[in-house]
Design a protein. Structure first.
Length: 76
């Protein structure tokens, strides 16, 4: 399922596709987002999660960004 689209997010200006970053099995989807999608912005590390994935190959995790790396990327 790696690189497969699993949803979209909308902003005022655009709609963007979301892709699964690694191979494995989707084990859960956050149904709370259907009623309160703003949780993605207000609680990204707690209630705003989108899907849970059971990785098929744990070594693929090494290629993902950490929270700190992502925050540095946003700073430019």
């Amino acid at each position: 399922i790696r690189d497969r689209e699993f949803g979209t997010v909308e902003s005022v200006k655009a709609v963007s596709e979301l892709f699964i970053p690694l191979g494995g099995e989707v084990t859960a989807a956050n149904e709370a987002l259907e009623e309160t999608p703003e949780l993605v912005n207000s609680e990204p590390y707690t209630g705003g999660w989108m899907i849970k994935i059971k990785p098929a190959d744990m070594s693929e995790m090494d290629g993902l960004m950490t929270k700190d790396t992502y925050l540095d990327l946003l700073k430019g």
